[in-house]
Design a protein around this ligand. Structure first.
Ligand code: FES
Ligand code: FES
Length: 158
């Protein structure tokens, strides 16, 4: 089988799998990185949201063969290292606002929130309700109101 190399949470990794295997399965089943969750497998639920070169993406919809050696994949496990702290400010906000219920959707929610805050900051403006509406990650426990509060709080500390 062909080898595929990319950066994962700051470390170069090489996997020996078919190129059409989607990245979520490579992360979870080959590399043992289970923060990105499997929900739908077809880019709908957003439970697997992670970052590719600093931007949110869904690894369930990207074949591993499309990654280039210098592509940087960041999962929730690697998020704190992006700010050089034990926890990212968005994770601290999640704890402060006691967001989590079952927890299954939450890594994806946090990764989507960080991406949103970065995009809004790049535009030099504050987060709006419409921005928060744009986070389409599904939470079957219905923690949406706490998520919105935590995103605003996390944004203040990013
Ligand atoms: S598992 Fe990736 S979007 Fe649902
Ligand atoms: S906290 Fe249970 S699915 Fe979101």
């Amino acid at each position: 089988m062909p080898e595929h190399t990319f950066m994962l949470n700051g470390v170069r990794v090489t996997v020996d799998v078919a190129g059409d295997v989607r990245l979520l399965w490579v992360l979870r089943d080959v590399l043992g990185v289970t923060g990105p969750k499997y929900g739908c497998g077809v880019d709908v639920c957003k439970a697997c949201t992670s970052h590719l070169n600093g931007k949110a993406f869904r690894p369930c919809s990207v074949p591993v063969g499309e990654l280039r050696p210098d592509d940087e994949v960041t999962t929730i496990e690697g998020l704190p290292a992006t700010v050089g702290r034990p926890l990212h400010p968005m994770q601290e906000a999640w704890i402060d606002h006691d967001v989590v219920q079952c927890g299954y959707c939450q890594p994806g929610q946090i990764m989507a929130a960080v991406d949103l805050v970065r995009r809004v900051a790049a535009e030099g403006r504050a987060i709006t309700d419409a921005d928060l509406d744009g986070i389409r990650n599904i939470c079957r426990c219905g923690t949406y109101s706490r998520i919105r509060e935590a995103v605003r709080a996390g944004a203040r500390n990013m």
